[in-house]
Write a protein that binds this ligand. Structure first.
Ligand code: GDP
Length: 366
């Protein structure tokens, strides 16, 4: 499954947000409860209103949402890359994630100490980013020595990996994160970049943590973060961890009312997940049967056999074809049989690029 790491300086609201998100998710998905894998990892169900409609049309007994996990990565402070606070566990945790959710303090509260003594989320973001870049620079400089030697004697593996390493290193030397390469490299080189396990090669979503009063419209701090994020091609959302913590305690209806009073339409979790989906370019396809209606997460652009592989590797290996019905047809016509009768079920082969909302039924050899 997909994994987001939550980073940020101490006291910006990471834990408050993490706890609220995982509790809200637990309340929303009664039959797929949030489970604690490790103390700092929470798996949340991706809220998707389409599931209910599909399950009704398909007469499914159960709904199984797709999941994303969040890891609360504590321990980042100024000087971390020089060994202050940034332990091995921190490095291991952040290297494993697919995306980084970077929480920035955009609320004023004299009672809550800011580690740098002032509220300046753009400067905070730079502090964190600098530590991550220094750590990457250090590890790449160490590893690249061997690769240059091996490439010098025409070692095939080194010759393919080295150019990507050199590009990442050049960026880091220039004070820029390796994630700039994400939009520049062809797919095979992207895979190499991922295999380098750099801290700054993940896409970033900035979460501006604001006070309740600023939750609907933001403030001057969030505006500054938005400008910075736009320049980096990163995403931004405004969330009040304090509100999310309250929402997490309320029954569904009361939570809706509470949010409406604050000028908000939905819990931060829903917005965060949607932003995460956009950031990672993820889409959802569905399988619908009498037993269950289930959502599956794939990257945009994934072809049918690889999409099948998310369910089971055998589905990918033995892939023959995928019966495909678009979400609107499945729900609008009232299920698989009427959709078929209306000529809305297509048989797609191995080159079919799965679309968001597709209802798929795989035919495969065992
Ligand atoms: P972390 O160190 O980044 O994990 O930060 P915590 O989640 O532990 O929060 C640090 C302190 O800030 C706690 O006392 C929280 O109650 C408080 N806090 C978190 N979010 C908000 C917020 O949106 N508004 C205010 N006023 N306080 C907050």
């Amino acid at each position: 499954g997909f994994k987001c790491g939550i980073v940020g300086l101490p006291n910006v609201g990471k834990s408050t947000l993490f706890n609220a998100l995982t509790r809200t998710a637990a309340a929303q998905a009664a039959n797929y409860p949030f489970c604690t894998i490790e103390p700092n990892t929470g798996e949340v169900a991706v809220p998707d209103p389409r599931l209910k409609k599909l399950a009704a049309a398909g007469k499914s007994k159960e709904i199984i949402p797709t999941r994303i996990s969040f890891v609360d990565i504590a321990g980042l402070v100024r000087g971390a890359s020089k060994g202050e606070g940034l332990g091995n566990q921190f490095l291991a945790n952040i290297r494993e994630v697919d995306a980084v959710v970077h929480v920035l303090r955009c609320f004023e509260d004299d009672d809550i100490t800011h580690v740098e003594g002032r509220i300046d989320p753009v400067a905070d973001a730079e502090t964190v980013e600098t530590e991550l870049m220094l750590a990457d620079l250090d590890s790449l400089e160490r590893r690249i020595v061997q690769f240059r030697k091996r490439a010098g004697v025409k070692d095939k593996e080194a010759l393919t990996i080295l150019p990507v390493m050199e590009q990442a290193l050049a960026l880091l030397h220039d004070g820029k994160p390796a994630r700039i390469l994400l939009s520049k490299l062809p797919p095979d080189e992207l895979e190499i970049l991922h295999s380098l396990n750099l801290l700054t090669s993940h896409p970033v979503l900035y979460v501006c943590n604001v006070s309740e009063a600023d939750a609907a419209k933001g403030n001057s701090h969030t505006a500054a973060v938005e400008t910075m994020a736009a320049a980096q091609g990163a995403g931004t959302i405004i969330i009040s961890a304090a509100i999310e913590a309250e929402v997490a305690q309320l029954p569904d209806e009361e939570a809706q009312e509470f949010l409406a009073d604050l000028g908000l339409e939905e819990p931060g979790l829903d917005r965060l997940i949607r932003a995460g989906y956009d950031l990672l370019q993820l889409i959802t396809y569905f399988t619908v049967g009498p037993k269950e209606t289930r959502a599956w997460t794939i990257h945009r652009g994934t072809k049918a056999p690889q999409a099948a592989g998310v369910i089971h590797t055998d589905f990918e290996k033995g892939f023959i074809r995928a019966q495909t019905i678009a979400y609107d047809d499945f729900v609008g016509l009232g299920g698989e049989v009427p959709a078929k009768e209306a000529g809305k079920a297509r048989d797609e082969g191995k080159d079919y690029v799965v679309q968001d909302g597709d209802v798929l039924l795989f035919k495969f050899n065992v």
